[in-house]
Write a protein that binds this ligand. Structure first.
Ligand code: GLN
Length: 302
């Protein structure tokens, strides 16, 4: 077992480590690298490397690792020690009730974005079974579109992204979730290339201030694409760009939801209001930060 700890054993004669020992060795290595939950992550990496469910590992913690499993685990441990996110190493992330593929070059979906899904579903609760049309601008991995379609059985979605990698990832996740028949994926810059009116418009655009990118955690800075993070000098460039097209995209009684940076809700709300929308709700993420701004067309004053 070559986990980079202790002396290197003679290659052929080294006895195979038991799963539980391998987990301990990986956890030590991750802890030394400053990873916050080394035990949990070591366990998850072992399960990924050996293709085990939680139950299978719990039932046989003392089984020996095969050579292949050792090699894969050793690679995973090195990558995690270098602060590659777990979701990228394992190629997968749980989002909402779904298991999504996390593709290289595409933003890793975050739990924060589940707050957008939750707020959207609550705002269309009375129309749950209606033929809702959804527009997801900057779809990335397709997480939002997949989650909404999975909860709204008669809805249809158009997912747009400028990145070909993101378009492929969205299409793959829709297929993985069995939702391709109710969605289309289009490559384009926001809504500039198409017309239509939508009942639910959602977006998690890049919103990090350009100058803040260098200070992000290595998991984000080194592994999420800058294209999906960089929101320009004040972080709000993409909202402005989307809002230019928004009025022509709104069906009657449409709802718009934006994910925003932790200190941007008031400014994004002001931008929405300046485009004739009225703020319906500002929702907080699990960390208590204002993360989602939801709006509707303001009724015409008489
Ligand atoms: N949530 C990401 C981060 O700050 C940013 C994603 C985005 O810009 N939409 O880690």
């Amino acid at each position: 077992m070559k986990l980079g700890v202790g002396k290197k054993p003679a290659a052929d004669s080294a006895p195979a480590l038991m799963r539980i020992e391998a987990i301990g060795a990986v956890a030590d290595r991750l802890e030394a690298a400053g990873v916050e939950h080394p035990q949990d992550e070591a366990r998850a990496l072992l399960r990924g490397a050996a293709g085990l469910t939680r139950l299978e590992l719990a039932l046989a913690p003392r089984a020996p690792l095969s050579e292949d499993e050792s090699r894969i685990l050793s690679d995973y441990a090195a990558r995690r020690a270098a602060r590659e996110p777990m979701s990228r190493i394992l190629g997968e992330r749980g989002f909402w009730t779904l298991d999504l593929t996390v593709a290289p070059g595409v933003l890793d979906p975050r739990p924060d974005t589940e707050t957008l899904v939750e707020a959207a579903l609550s705002l269309v609760a009375e129309k749950r079974d209606a033929l809702l049309s959804i527009l997801d601008l900057g779809a990335g991995s397709g997480a939002i579109a997949c989650a909404l379609l999975s909860e709204l059985p008669a809805a249809w979605a158009l997912a747009v992204d400028i990145s070909p990698d993101a378009c492929r990832a969205t299409a793959a996740n829709l297929a993985r979730c069995g939702l391709s028949n109710r969605a289309s994926v289009v490559r384009g810059r926001w809504a500039e290339a198409f017309q239509g009116r939508f009942d639910l418009i959602v977006s998690n655009p890049p919103y990090v201030r350009t100058e803040d990118i260098a200070g992000l955690d290595p998991e984000v800075r080194l592994h999420d694409p800058a294209l999906a993070l960089d929101g320009g000098a004040d972080g709000l460039d993409c909202y402005r760009e989307i809002l230019r097209d928004l009025p022509r995209l709104l069906a009657e009684d449409a709802v718009v939801l934006f994910e925003v940076g932790f200190d941007q809700a008031a400014r994004v709300a002001a931008l929405l209001a300046a485009h004739g929308l009225q703020i319906e709700r500002v929702a907080r993420d699990a960390g208590g930060r204002e993360r989602i701004v939801a709006a509707r067309l303001a009724p015409l004053s008489t």
